[in-house]
Write a protein that binds this ligand. Structure first.
Ligand SMILES: Cc1ncc(COP(=O)(O)O)c(C=O)c1O
Length: 389
């Protein structure tokens, strides 16, 4: 198989209509692949179809799993100080300092860490690097769809396996669904359910999948859960990638920082066309912010506690009204409206200037709601009382 098979017909036609020769397609497939995915399939939901994003005008924004507030204080200070040195690509060794902070917090070697602008890019690249039309993706349902959409774009077969009754990843069914997949995608805590898949189940999958298949563990929300993390698995096994982002608890979604932990051979494969400059070079302000934030353990714990307080008061309110909420360990929860479509409920909250999240096709009456500040969640409860008498 050639790299050009990674491009669908439309992409190939597009490239050739722009003057590329057929022989160029193999060389540029990976570059174009990541760019095209980021530009179309991987774009945030609000960026689709030219429809204006309603969220920025809402008084309460609890729809996109962002943090209710900005970076932790030491991070904001570090970013501000860095602005005046923005003339240098690397005023000091900001990238190295960041990796050293990751090493300290995660207990992983330097060469196993690669920083990225958020985790969407390495997520798309993992799929593009390790899946193909003959090596499929196995994902969960419901889960964060970017991996599945990227695989579909690539022409790789996708199996989406329902969560267990406890809303964890059904690793045995995932392996059975495709015993020789290119990549198994595990999101824990899972988006949209906020539920955790036990590390023992992930270890089982790693031990039982065939050599050469990758396991991608997306821990975007782990700081909100405060549970043991999977980093050690990416050091112990060559075929595991652990992925993190600063877009959630760290309040840096717009500042764009994330990292992966994996064997350096995998990092080299994912960077195969640019040696890391294109995707690995981050704004020095953002990376300084991330370094100072990652090591602020007491502030991380305090923010997690704030989220738990806000989540607790909301879940108590919903329970008192007899509304069905699924269990969660993260900054989001799923409400089953039972007789109402989630899209109708989203529209009703929008009228109250509250932007809640969407639903997933498998559960059309279930809305995902992000936990905001306590004040925002009280506003949500007030609106709820109005909408659901
Ligand atoms: C599970 C999960 N992974 C990855 C991402 C990507 O986020 P970012 O690119 O901001 O790191 C998100 C964003 O919502 C997510 O929910």
């Amino acid at each position: 198989m050639t790299h050009s098979t990674y491009l669908n017909e439309e992409s190939q036609d597009d490239l050739m209509s722009r003057g590329f020769a057929r022989r160029d397609l193999a060389r540029i497939a990976a570059v174009f692949g990541v760019g095209a995915v980021a530009a179309s399939i991987g774009r945030p939901a609000w960026a689709s179809g030219g429809v204006p994003d309603p969220a920025p005008t809402a008084k309460v924004r609890i729809g996109a799993n962002e943090c209710w507030t900005g970076p932790l204080a030491p991070g904001a200070l570090a970013a501000t100080k860095m602005v005046s040195q923005g003339n240098r690509y690397s005023p000091q060794d900001q990238r190295g300092d960041f990796i050293k902070a990751v090493m300290a917090v995660e207990n992983v070697p330097y060469d196993h860490v690669a920083p990225w602008p958020g985790s969407s890019d390495p997520l798309c690249r993992s799929v593009i690097t390790f899946c193909s039309p003959t090596k499929g993706l196995v994902t969960a349902d419901p889960t964060f769809e970017l991996a599945g959409r990227t695989a579909a774009w690539l022409g790789a077969p996708v199996k989406a396996v329902p969560l267990t009754a406890d809303y964890t990843h059904d690793v045995k069914a995932m392996l059975a669904a495709n015993p020789d997949a290119g990549l198994y995608y595990i999101c824990t805590p899972n988006n949209p359910t906020g539920t955790i898949t036990p590390l023992a189940d992930i270890e089982w999958l790693i031990a039982n999948k065939p050599a050469g298949s990758m396991v991608l563990i997306d821990e975007a929300y782990t700081h909100f859960a405060g549970v043991p993390v999977a980093s050690y698995l990416a050091v112990k096994h060559d075929d595991v990638i652990v992925m993190r982002t600063f877009s959630k608890l760290f309040g840096m979604a717009g500042l764009r920082v994330g990292y992966i932990i994996t064997n350096p051979k995998n990092i080299a494969k994912m960077m195969r066309y640019d040696g890391g400059m294109q995707s690995g070079a981050l704004p020095v302000t953002s990376i300084a912010c991330a370094t100072a934030s990652l090591t602020a353990a007491p502030l991380i714990a305090a923010r997690r506690a704030q989220m738990q307080t806000a989540r607790g008061l909301t879940l108590d309110h919903l329970k008192a009204k007899g509304i069905d909420v699924k269990p969660t360990n993260a900054n989001m929860f799923m409400i089953d409206w039972k007789t109402k479509k989630a899209s109708e409920m989203q529209a009703a909250f929008r009228k109250e200037s509250i932007e809640i999240g969407r639903s997933w096709p498998i559960w059309p009456t279930v809305s995902r709601v992000t936990v905001g500040s306590s004040a925002e969640m009280k506003a949500f409860c007030t609106a709820l009382d109005k909408i659901v008498a």
